[in-house]
Design a protein around this ligand. Structure first.
Ligand code: COA
Length: 278
């Protein structure tokens, strides 16, 4: 029997020993997958979220697996709050080596009826949040001789994506900020890169594949719809997993990425290249 790709050890153990990694939105989905891998590789992992109820079970799970993990309550939209919270981590642990800007929010909504508040909400969480957290961690990394920032982007803005004007605009902004900060902060030894994931079946993606509420109940319908989509639309013929994304984050944050900055790495099984126009 072959080992599922998620369980293959790819990196040497203790790769991030002695290092501190802060992951926004790290309590669930892709962010939690990143936290799991960095903790397995020896980092002290701080997962940050607005919501303590997301964080507690995640911290328990990371610690039960032998990881060093702690939580941080943080609203990435509040620049002063972000500065204070990130400073408190550095004061307590002495350093922050890796920041993963993963916190994001989105929902499908027609542009003509999107409220100003809905637009602002996603732009502020995804784009402003990425900028504020990067800005807050910069002096800590600079004073420590450097660091690595990895932003979580997406591929939907490469062609446009109906009903997602807010999120595609925010992620395009994240790509721009990634390249600009990479140029500004390289002289401080801070590398800034992004990972653009294809479809990973977290709760939000599963919802997009759900049958309408009036359909005949079928517990396997979501899985079948996703398998079908993967066969048709993803050259590598499967949906992604949080570990697929985490592997790229770990690579970029490790010495293997030492000469990589300002890059946006697409991890999507070839999905966006294959897709035709709408
Ligand atoms: N469709 C249309 N508008 C929506 C919406 C939806 N599904 N969800 C939220 N909005 C609108 C709200 O109506 C509100 O606008 P209004 O004040 O004009 O009515 C605005 O967006 C802000 O909503 P609110 O829930 O107060 O925002 P928040 O800042 O507390 O949270 C999200 C924003 C995006 C995190 C939240 O909407 C959410 O939980 N989304 C789904 C989960 C998610 O995105 N997870 C991350 C996956 S990447």
């Amino acid at each position: 029997m072959t080992t599922p790709h998620d369980q293959l050890p790819v990196f040497r153990s203790r790769l991030f020993d002695g290092q501190v990694a802060l992951i926004t939105g790290g309590g669930t989905g892709i962010g939690f997958g990143i936290a799991q891998l960095l903790a397995e590789l020896g980092a002290t992992v701080i997962i940050a979220s607005r919501n303590q109820t997301h964080l507690e079970p995640a911290i328990e799970q990371l610690r039960a697996a032998g990881g060093k993990a702690d939580s941080l309550i943080l609203d990435v939209r509040d620049s002063d709050g972000v500065k204070a919270a990130i400073r408190s981590v550095a004061d307590r642990l002495g350093r922050i080596d890796v920041l993963v800007n993963n916190a994001a929010g989105n929902f499908y909504v027609p542009s003509e009826s999107m409220s100003a508040n809905a637009w602002r909400s996603v732009i502020e969480i995804d784009l402003s949040g990425t900028f504020f957290c990067s800005q807050a961690v910069m002096p800590i990394m600079r004073d420590h001789g450097g660091g690595r920032i990895v932003n979580i982007s997406m591929t939907l803005h490469y062609r446009g994506w109906p009903l997602m004007a807010h999120a595609t605009a925010a992620k395009a902004g994240i790509d721009a900020v990634t390249r600009t900060l990479a140029l500004e902060w390289a002289r401080h030894g801070i590398r800034v890169n992004a990972v653009a994931p294809g479809p990973v079946p977290t709760e939000g993606v599963k919802k997009a594949f759900s049958a309408p509420p009036d359909a005949v109940p079928d517990v396997f319908s979501v899985e079948r719809a996703m398998e079908d989509y993967a066969r048709r639309s993803i050259p590598l013929a499967r949906m992604g997993s949080p570990r697929d994304i985490a592997n790229m984050v770990a690579f970029l944050a490790s010495p293997a990425g030492d000469w990589i900055t300002g890059s946006i790495m697409v991890v999507d099984g070839g999905e966006w290249l294959q897709k035709g126009p709408h």
